[in-house]
Design a binder for this molecule. Structure first.
Ligand SMILES: *[C@@H]1O[C@H](CO)[C@@H](O)[C@H](O)[C@H]1NC(C)=O
Ligand SMILES: *[C@@H]1O[C@H](CO)[C@@H](O)[C@H](O)[C@H]1NC(C)=O
Ligand SMILES: *[C@@H]1O[C@H](CO)[C@@H](O)[C@H](O)[C@H]1NC(C)=O
Ligand SMILES: *[C@@H]1O[C@H](CO)[C@@H](O)[C@H](O)[C@H]1NC(C)=O
Ligand SMILES: *[C@@H]1O[C@H](CO)[C@@H](O)[C@H](O)[C@H]1NC(C)=O
Length: 357
Protein backbone atom coordinates (compact mmCIF):
# COMPACT_ATOMS: atom_id res chain seq x y z
CA UNK A 1 0.00 0.00 0.00
CA UNK A 2 3.04 2.31 0.01
CA UNK A 3 2.88 4.69 -2.91
CA UNK A 4 5.88 6.16 -4.63
CA UNK A 5 5.88 9.92 -3.97
CA UNK A 6 6.34 10.60 -7.66
CA UNK A 7 3.23 8.65 -8.60
CA UNK A 8 0.76 11.51 -8.46
CA UNK A 9 3.02 13.74 -10.51
CA UNK A 10 3.23 11.08 -13.18
CA UNK A 11 -0.49 10.55 -13.56
CA UNK A 12 -1.96 11.56 -16.83
CA UNK A 13 -4.86 13.94 -16.48
CA UNK A 14 -8.14 12.39 -17.45
CA UNK A 15 -9.94 15.65 -18.19
CA UNK A 16 -10.63 16.07 -21.91
CA UNK A 17 -9.12 19.32 -23.08
CA UNK A 18 -10.63 19.41 -26.56
CA UNK A 19 -11.91 22.96 -26.38
CA UNK A 20 -8.87 24.33 -24.58
CA UNK A 21 -7.41 26.15 -27.57
CA UNK A 22 -10.57 28.11 -28.32
CA UNK A 23 -11.20 28.79 -24.62
CA UNK A 24 -7.67 30.24 -24.47
CA UNK A 25 -8.35 32.77 -27.19
CA UNK A 26 -11.69 33.64 -25.59
CA UNK A 27 -10.24 34.00 -22.13
CA UNK A 28 -7.55 36.31 -23.60
CA UNK A 29 -10.27 38.46 -25.14
CA UNK A 30 -11.94 38.85 -21.73
CA UNK A 31 -8.78 40.34 -20.25
CA UNK A 32 -6.50 39.07 -17.53
CA UNK A 33 -8.64 40.25 -14.60
CA UNK A 34 -11.87 38.50 -15.63
CA UNK A 35 -13.16 36.40 -12.72
CA UNK A 36 -15.76 33.62 -12.80
CA UNK A 37 -17.19 32.44 -9.47
CA UNK A 38 -18.53 28.90 -9.86
CA UNK A 39 -19.80 28.66 -6.28
CA UNK A 40 -22.44 31.19 -5.25
CA UNK A 41 -25.96 30.72 -4.02
CA UNK A 42 -29.39 32.22 -4.31
CA UNK A 43 -31.85 32.04 -1.43
CA UNK A 44 -35.31 32.58 -2.94
CA UNK A 45 -38.07 33.28 -0.42
CA UNK A 46 -40.29 30.47 -1.79
CA UNK A 47 -37.52 28.03 -0.84
CA UNK A 48 -37.09 29.55 2.63
CA UNK A 49 -40.84 29.34 3.24
CA UNK A 50 -40.90 25.62 2.37
CA UNK A 51 -37.96 24.97 4.70
CA UNK A 52 -39.80 26.73 7.51
CA UNK A 53 -43.02 24.78 6.81
CA UNK A 54 -41.01 21.55 6.87
CA UNK A 55 -39.85 22.36 10.41
CA UNK A 56 -36.34 23.79 9.97
CA UNK A 57 -35.67 25.90 13.06
CA UNK A 58 -36.05 29.66 13.15
CA UNK A 59 -34.14 31.23 16.04
CA UNK A 60 -34.52 34.89 16.81
CA UNK A 61 -35.88 35.49 13.32
CA UNK A 62 -33.13 33.56 11.50
CA UNK A 63 -33.73 30.27 9.68
CA UNK A 64 -31.12 27.53 10.21
CA UNK A 65 -30.32 24.61 7.91
CA UNK A 66 -27.75 22.02 8.98
CA UNK A 67 -27.14 24.11 12.11
CA UNK A 68 -26.04 27.10 10.02
CA UNK A 69 -27.89 30.42 9.60
CA UNK A 70 -29.45 30.93 6.16
CA UNK A 71 -28.29 34.37 5.06
CA UNK A 72 -30.49 37.15 3.72
CA UNK A 73 -30.26 37.36 -0.05
CA UNK A 74 -31.54 39.52 -2.88
CA UNK A 75 -30.67 39.51 -6.56
CA UNK A 76 -29.51 43.13 -6.37
CA UNK A 77 -27.24 42.39 -3.41
CA UNK A 78 -25.80 39.43 -5.35
CA UNK A 79 -24.84 41.63 -8.29
CA UNK A 80 -23.46 44.44 -6.14
CA UNK A 81 -21.43 41.93 -4.12
CA UNK A 82 -20.00 40.54 -7.35
CA UNK A 83 -19.02 44.10 -8.27
CA UNK A 84 -17.27 44.71 -4.99
CA UNK A 85 -15.53 41.31 -5.11
CA UNK A 86 -14.38 41.94 -8.69
CA UNK A 87 -16.37 38.92 -9.89
CA UNK A 88 -17.51 39.30 -13.50
CA UNK A 89 -19.67 36.18 -13.86
CA UNK A 90 -21.22 33.79 -11.32
CA UNK A 91 -22.89 30.47 -11.64
CA UNK A 92 -25.78 30.39 -9.19
CA UNK A 93 -27.21 27.39 -7.39
CA UNK A 94 -29.26 26.48 -4.35
CA UNK A 95 -27.33 25.22 -1.32
CA UNK A 96 -28.18 22.10 0.70
CA UNK A 97 -30.74 20.77 1.45
CA UNK A 98 -32.00 21.57 -2.08
CA UNK A 99 -35.50 20.10 -2.19
CA UNK A 100 -34.64 16.68 -0.75
CA UNK A 101 -36.15 17.63 2.61
CA UNK A 102 -39.59 17.18 1.00
CA UNK A 103 -41.04 13.70 1.43
CA UNK A 104 -43.38 13.89 -1.51
CA UNK A 105 -41.99 13.52 -5.06
CA UNK A 106 -44.66 15.82 -6.51
CA UNK A 107 -43.94 18.55 -4.00
CA UNK A 108 -40.18 18.24 -4.56
CA UNK A 109 -40.63 18.43 -8.31
CA UNK A 110 -42.94 21.40 -8.06
CA UNK A 111 -40.60 23.38 -5.76
CA UNK A 112 -37.59 22.52 -7.95
CA UNK A 113 -39.53 23.75 -11.00
CA UNK A 114 -40.49 27.02 -9.29
CA UNK A 115 -36.92 27.63 -8.19
CA UNK A 116 -35.53 26.78 -11.64
CA UNK A 117 -37.92 29.25 -13.25
CA UNK A 118 -36.67 31.89 -10.81
CA UNK A 119 -33.04 31.02 -11.61
CA UNK A 120 -33.92 31.42 -15.26
CA UNK A 121 -35.48 34.81 -14.57
CA UNK A 122 -32.36 35.97 -12.70
CA UNK A 123 -30.10 34.95 -15.59
CA UNK A 124 -32.42 36.64 -18.13
CA UNK A 125 -32.18 39.82 -16.04
CA UNK A 126 -28.36 39.62 -15.99
CA UNK A 127 -27.40 37.48 -18.98
CA UNK A 128 -23.73 38.50 -19.01
CA UNK A 129 -23.29 38.19 -15.23
CA UNK A 130 -25.19 35.05 -14.13
CA UNK A 131 -25.51 31.46 -15.31
CA UNK A 132 -27.91 28.99 -13.69
CA UNK A 133 -27.27 25.50 -12.33
CA UNK A 134 -30.37 23.30 -12.37
CA UNK A 135 -31.93 22.22 -9.06
CA UNK A 136 -32.96 18.56 -9.32
CA UNK A 137 -35.73 16.93 -7.27
CA UNK A 138 -33.55 14.04 -6.12
CA UNK A 139 -33.77 11.41 -4.69
CA UNK A 140 -36.76 11.06 -7.06
CA UNK A 141 -34.88 9.88 -10.12
CA UNK A 142 -37.56 10.00 -12.82
CA UNK A 143 -38.58 13.51 -11.79
CA UNK A 144 -34.91 14.57 -11.64
CA UNK A 145 -34.24 13.38 -15.20
CA UNK A 146 -37.29 15.30 -16.45
CA UNK A 147 -36.16 18.46 -14.68
CA UNK A 148 -32.59 18.13 -15.96
CA UNK A 149 -33.90 17.93 -19.53
CA UNK A 150 -36.13 20.95 -18.97
CA UNK A 151 -33.25 23.04 -17.57
CA UNK A 152 -30.61 22.05 -20.11
CA UNK A 153 -32.67 21.56 -23.27
CA UNK A 154 -35.49 24.07 -22.83
CA UNK A 155 -34.15 26.81 -20.55
CA UNK A 156 -30.52 26.54 -21.73
CA UNK A 157 -28.95 26.50 -18.25
CA UNK A 158 -25.12 26.42 -18.18
CA UNK A 159 -25.08 23.29 -15.99
CA UNK A 160 -26.62 21.20 -13.25
CA UNK A 161 -26.29 21.24 -9.47
CA UNK A 162 -26.01 18.01 -7.52
CA UNK A 163 -25.46 17.26 -3.85
CA UNK A 164 -23.05 14.72 -2.38
CA UNK A 165 -26.16 12.92 -1.16
CA UNK A 166 -29.91 13.51 -1.30
CA UNK A 167 -31.50 12.18 1.88
CA UNK A 168 -28.95 9.35 2.00
CA UNK A 169 -28.78 8.53 -1.72
CA UNK A 170 -25.10 9.22 -2.50
CA UNK A 171 -23.53 9.95 -5.84
CA UNK A 172 -22.31 6.56 -7.02
CA UNK A 173 -25.60 4.85 -6.12
CA UNK A 174 -26.87 2.66 -8.97
CA UNK A 175 -30.28 4.29 -8.53
CA UNK A 176 -28.78 7.48 -9.99
CA UNK A 177 -27.62 5.85 -13.25
CA UNK A 178 -30.49 7.40 -15.27
CA UNK A 179 -29.42 10.85 -14.07
CA UNK A 180 -25.76 10.22 -14.94
CA UNK A 181 -26.75 8.75 -18.29
CA UNK A 182 -28.80 11.85 -19.15
CA UNK A 183 -25.93 14.12 -18.05
CA UNK A 184 -23.44 12.07 -20.04
CA UNK A 185 -25.55 12.21 -23.21
CA UNK A 186 -25.55 16.00 -22.99
CA UNK A 187 -21.87 16.45 -22.02
CA UNK A 188 -23.35 18.30 -19.09
CA UNK A 189 -21.32 20.23 -16.55
CA UNK A 190 -22.08 19.55 -12.92
CA UNK A 191 -21.41 21.43 -9.70
CA UNK A 192 -21.52 19.18 -6.64
CA UNK A 193 -22.37 20.84 -3.35
CA UNK A 194 -21.87 19.02 -0.05
CA UNK A 195 -24.84 18.01 2.07
CA UNK A 196 -25.38 16.69 5.56
CA UNK A 197 -24.91 12.97 6.15
CA UNK A 198 -28.03 11.15 7.36
CA UNK A 199 -26.61 10.55 10.77
CA UNK A 200 -26.21 14.07 12.12
CA UNK A 201 -25.17 12.96 15.62
CA UNK A 202 -21.61 12.52 14.28
CA UNK A 203 -21.29 16.32 14.31
CA UNK A 204 -21.57 16.39 18.13
CA UNK A 205 -24.04 19.27 17.87
CA UNK A 206 -21.64 21.56 15.98
CA UNK A 207 -22.68 23.09 12.67
CA UNK A 208 -22.75 20.39 9.97
CA UNK A 209 -20.93 22.47 7.33
CA UNK A 210 -17.81 22.78 9.50
CA UNK A 211 -16.47 19.27 8.98
CA UNK A 212 -19.37 17.07 7.85
CA UNK A 213 -19.66 18.87 4.49
CA UNK A 214 -16.00 18.21 3.58
CA UNK A 215 -16.27 14.61 4.78
CA UNK A 216 -19.47 14.09 2.82
CA UNK A 217 -17.60 15.22 -0.28
CA UNK A 218 -15.05 12.47 0.39
CA UNK A 219 -17.88 9.95 0.87
CA UNK A 220 -19.44 10.85 -2.49
CA UNK A 221 -16.14 10.75 -4.42
CA UNK A 222 -15.19 7.47 -2.74
CA UNK A 223 -18.59 5.94 -3.53
CA UNK A 224 -18.33 7.03 -7.18
CA UNK A 225 -15.03 5.12 -7.32
CA UNK A 226 -16.03 1.98 -5.47
CA UNK A 227 -19.40 1.46 -7.20
CA UNK A 228 -17.86 2.08 -10.62
CA UNK A 229 -20.30 4.86 -11.52
CA UNK A 230 -17.58 7.39 -12.30
CA UNK A 231 -15.79 4.82 -14.47
CA UNK A 232 -19.07 4.31 -16.33
CA UNK A 233 -19.59 8.03 -16.98
CA UNK A 234 -16.07 9.44 -17.02
CA UNK A 235 -16.67 12.42 -19.30
CA UNK A 236 -19.17 14.37 -17.20
CA UNK A 237 -17.27 17.45 -16.07
CA UNK A 238 -17.76 17.69 -12.34
CA UNK A 239 -16.73 20.36 -9.87
CA UNK A 240 -16.54 19.43 -6.21
CA UNK A 241 -16.80 22.37 -3.82
CA UNK A 242 -14.38 23.54 -1.13
CA UNK A 243 -11.20 22.09 -2.58
CA UNK A 244 -12.78 18.64 -2.65
CA UNK A 245 -13.22 18.56 1.12
CA UNK A 246 -10.50 16.27 2.44
CA UNK A 247 -9.98 14.33 -0.79
CA UNK A 248 -6.50 15.66 -1.73
CA UNK A 249 -5.26 14.34 1.62
CA UNK A 250 -7.19 11.04 1.64
CA UNK A 251 -7.00 9.98 -2.02
CA UNK A 252 -3.89 7.81 -1.65
CA UNK A 253 -5.40 6.04 1.35
CA UNK A 254 -8.66 5.37 -0.54
CA UNK A 255 -6.84 4.16 -3.66
CA UNK A 256 -4.65 1.91 -1.52
CA UNK A 257 -7.62 0.29 0.20
CA UNK A 258 -9.54 -0.02 -3.08
CA UNK A 259 -6.66 -2.10 -4.44
CA UNK A 260 -7.25 -4.86 -1.85
CA UNK A 261 -8.68 -7.93 -3.55
CA UNK A 262 -11.74 -8.12 -1.28
CA UNK A 263 -12.60 -4.51 -2.19
CA UNK A 264 -12.40 -5.10 -5.92
CA UNK A 265 -8.65 -5.03 -6.51
CA UNK A 266 -8.69 -1.74 -8.42
CA UNK A 267 -5.43 -0.46 -9.84
CA UNK A 268 -3.94 2.16 -7.52
CA UNK A 269 -2.77 4.26 -10.45
CA UNK A 270 -6.19 4.22 -12.11
CA UNK A 271 -8.02 4.95 -8.85
CA UNK A 272 -5.79 7.91 -8.14
CA UNK A 273 -6.26 9.20 -11.67
CA UNK A 274 -10.01 8.94 -11.25
CA UNK A 275 -10.07 10.56 -7.79
CA UNK A 276 -8.04 13.43 -9.27
CA UNK A 277 -10.23 13.56 -12.38
CA UNK A 278 -12.52 16.30 -11.18
CA UNK A 279 -12.44 20.07 -10.83
CA UNK A 280 -12.27 21.63 -7.36
CA UNK A 281 -13.28 25.13 -6.27
CA UNK A 282 -11.48 27.41 -3.85
CA UNK A 283 -14.40 28.36 -1.57
CA UNK A 284 -13.10 28.26 2.04
CA UNK A 285 -10.00 26.55 0.65
CA UNK A 286 -7.59 29.43 0.26
CA UNK A 287 -4.94 28.70 2.88
CA UNK A 288 -1.40 27.84 1.79
CA UNK A 289 -1.83 24.31 3.15
CA UNK A 290 -5.07 23.73 1.20
CA UNK A 291 -3.89 25.28 -2.06
CA UNK A 292 -0.52 23.52 -1.94
CA UNK A 293 -2.32 20.20 -1.46
CA UNK A 294 -4.79 20.95 -4.23
CA UNK A 295 -2.08 22.06 -6.64
CA UNK A 296 -0.02 18.94 -6.07
CA UNK A 297 -3.11 16.71 -6.26
CA UNK A 298 -4.69 17.97 -9.52
CA UNK A 299 -2.57 20.80 -10.87
CA UNK A 300 -3.61 24.29 -11.90
CA UNK A 301 -5.85 23.13 -14.80
CA UNK A 302 -8.49 21.75 -12.46
CA UNK A 303 -8.77 24.49 -9.84
CA UNK A 304 -11.61 27.00 -10.22
CA UNK A 305 -12.54 30.10 -8.25
CA UNK A 306 -15.47 29.88 -5.84
CA UNK A 307 -16.68 32.13 -3.01
CA UNK A 308 -19.77 30.46 -1.50
CA UNK A 309 -21.42 33.89 -1.21
CA UNK A 310 -23.76 34.65 0.64
CA UNK A 311 -23.16 31.75 3.08
CA UNK A 312 -19.57 32.98 3.28
CA UNK A 313 -19.98 36.68 4.08
CA UNK A 314 -18.52 39.34 1.83
CA UNK A 315 -15.62 40.19 4.19
CA UNK A 316 -14.40 36.57 4.22
CA UNK A 317 -14.97 36.18 0.50
CA UNK A 318 -12.89 39.30 -0.12
CA UNK A 319 -9.92 38.14 1.94
CA UNK A 320 -10.24 34.60 0.54
CA UNK A 321 -10.06 35.77 -3.07
CA UNK A 322 -7.14 38.05 -2.27
CA UNK A 323 -5.19 35.19 -0.64
CA UNK A 324 -5.31 32.67 -3.50
CA UNK A 325 -2.44 33.95 -5.63
CA UNK A 326 0.06 34.26 -2.78
CA UNK A 327 -0.96 31.22 -0.75
CA UNK A 328 -1.03 29.00 -3.83
CA UNK A 329 2.17 30.55 -5.18
CA UNK A 330 0.42 30.92 -8.52
CA UNK A 331 1.79 32.98 -11.40
CA UNK A 332 -0.38 35.58 -13.13
CA UNK A 333 -0.95 33.17 -16.01
CA UNK A 334 -2.00 30.43 -13.58
CA UNK A 335 -4.39 32.87 -11.87
CA UNK A 336 -6.14 33.58 -15.14
CA UNK A 337 -6.53 29.82 -15.64
CA UNK A 338 -8.08 29.51 -12.18
CA UNK A 339 -10.24 32.63 -12.52
CA UNK A 340 -11.38 32.28 -16.13
CA UNK A 341 -10.04 29.65 -18.49
CA UNK A 342 -10.82 26.53 -16.45
CA UNK A 343 -14.41 27.62 -15.84
CA UNK A 344 -14.89 28.31 -19.55
CA UNK A 345 -13.55 24.84 -20.30
CA UNK A 346 -16.05 23.30 -17.88
CA UNK A 347 -18.99 25.48 -18.96
CA UNK A 348 -18.79 26.07 -22.73
CA UNK A 349 -22.31 27.51 -22.46
CA UNK A 350 -20.86 30.54 -20.65
CA UNK A 351 -18.90 31.29 -23.83
CA UNK A 352 -22.19 31.28 -25.73
CA UNK A 353 -23.95 33.40 -23.11
CA UNK A 354 -21.19 36.01 -23.36
CA UNK A 355 -21.60 35.90 -27.16
CA UNK A 356 -17.91 35.18 -27.57
CA UNK A 357 -18.35 32.39 -30.08
C1 LIG B 1 -31.69 38.72 17.90
O1 LIG B 1 -31.77 39.52 16.72
C2 LIG B 1 -31.57 40.89 16.97
C3 LIG B 1 -31.87 41.62 15.66
O2 LIG B 1 -31.27 41.01 14.55
C4 LIG B 1 -30.15 41.10 17.47
O3 LIG B 1 -29.93 42.47 17.74
C5 LIG B 1 -29.97 40.30 18.74
O4 LIG B 1 -28.61 40.41 19.17
C6 LIG B 1 -30.29 38.85 18.51
N1 LIG B 1 -30.24 38.12 19.78
C7 LIG B 1 -29.61 36.96 19.89
C8 LIG B 1 -29.69 36.32 21.25
O5 LIG B 1 -28.97 36.43 18.97
C1 LIG C 1 -14.34 42.27 -14.99
O1 LIG C 1 -14.42 42.90 -13.74
C2 LIG C 1 -13.36 43.81 -13.51
C3 LIG C 1 -13.46 44.29 -12.05
O2 LIG C 1 -14.75 44.70 -11.75
C4 LIG C 1 -13.45 44.95 -14.52
O3 LIG C 1 -12.38 45.84 -14.33
C5 LIG C 1 -13.40 44.36 -15.92
O4 LIG C 1 -13.61 45.37 -16.88
C6 LIG C 1 -14.45 43.29 -16.12
N1 LIG C 1 -14.22 42.63 -17.40
C7 LIG C 1 -15.17 42.51 -18.32
C8 LIG C 1 -14.77 41.89 -19.63
O5 LIG C 1 -16.32 42.88 -18.15
C1 LIG D 1 -35.33 10.07 4.03
O1 LIG D 1 -35.09 8.69 4.02
C2 LIG D 1 -35.62 8.00 5.14
C3 LIG D 1 -35.25 6.53 4.97
O2 LIG D 1 -33.89 6.39 4.91
C4 LIG D 1 -37.12 8.16 5.22
O3 LIG D 1 -37.61 7.56 6.39
C5 LIG D 1 -37.44 9.64 5.24
O4 LIG D 1 -38.82 9.80 5.16
C6 LIG D 1 -36.81 10.35 4.06
N1 LIG D 1 -37.03 11.75 4.21
C7 LIG D 1 -37.49 12.48 3.20
C8 LIG D 1 -37.68 13.91 3.49
O5 LIG D 1 -37.73 12.00 2.11
C1 LIG E 1 -19.71 15.66 -26.33
O1 LIG E 1 -18.31 15.86 -26.40
C2 LIG E 1 -17.68 15.02 -27.33
C3 LIG E 1 -16.18 15.22 -27.18
O2 LIG E 1 -15.84 16.45 -26.63
C4 LIG E 1 -18.20 15.33 -28.73
O3 LIG E 1 -17.62 14.46 -29.65
C5 LIG E 1 -19.72 15.14 -28.73
O4 LIG E 1 -20.26 15.53 -29.99
C6 LIG E 1 -20.38 15.96 -27.66
N1 LIG E 1 -21.81 15.62 -27.58
C7 LIG E 1 -22.75 16.53 -27.39
C8 LIG E 1 -24.15 16.01 -27.31
O5 LIG E 1 -22.52 17.72 -27.28
C1 LIG F 1 6.83 29.47 -6.06
O1 LIG F 1 6.84 29.07 -7.41
C2 LIG F 1 8.07 29.34 -8.07
C3 LIG F 1 7.89 28.92 -9.52
O2 LIG F 1 6.81 29.60 -10.10
C4 LIG F 1 9.18 28.57 -7.40
O3 LIG F 1 10.40 28.90 -8.01
C5 LIG F 1 9.23 28.91 -5.92
O4 LIG F 1 10.16 28.06 -5.28
C6 LIG F 1 7.87 28.69 -5.29
N1 LIG F 1 7.89 29.15 -3.90
C7 LIG F 1 7.43 28.40 -2.91
C8 LIG F 1 7.49 29.03 -1.55
O5 LIG F 1 6.99 27.28 -3.10
Amino acid sequence: MILMPSLLQNLLLTIPLACLASSHAISDSLGSNYKIDVHSHVVPSIWKEELISAGYPVKNGTLYTDGFPVPDWTLDAHISTMDSLGVNYSTISVSAPGVFFLKDAKKAKSLARSVNLLLHKYTRTHPTRLGALCLLPLPYVGEAVEELKFCLDTLGFVGVGLYTNANGTYLGDKALDPVFSALHKRNASVFVHPASPDCTSVAQGWPIPMTEYPFDTVRAIENLLLTGQRAQYPDIKMIFAHGGGAIPFLATRIAGMASLSWLGGLSVVESLAQLAGYYFDTASSTSAIQLTALKSFVGVDQIVTGTDYPYVPISQATSGLAAIEGNGNFTAVEMSQIDTLNALTIFPRIIKALKLS
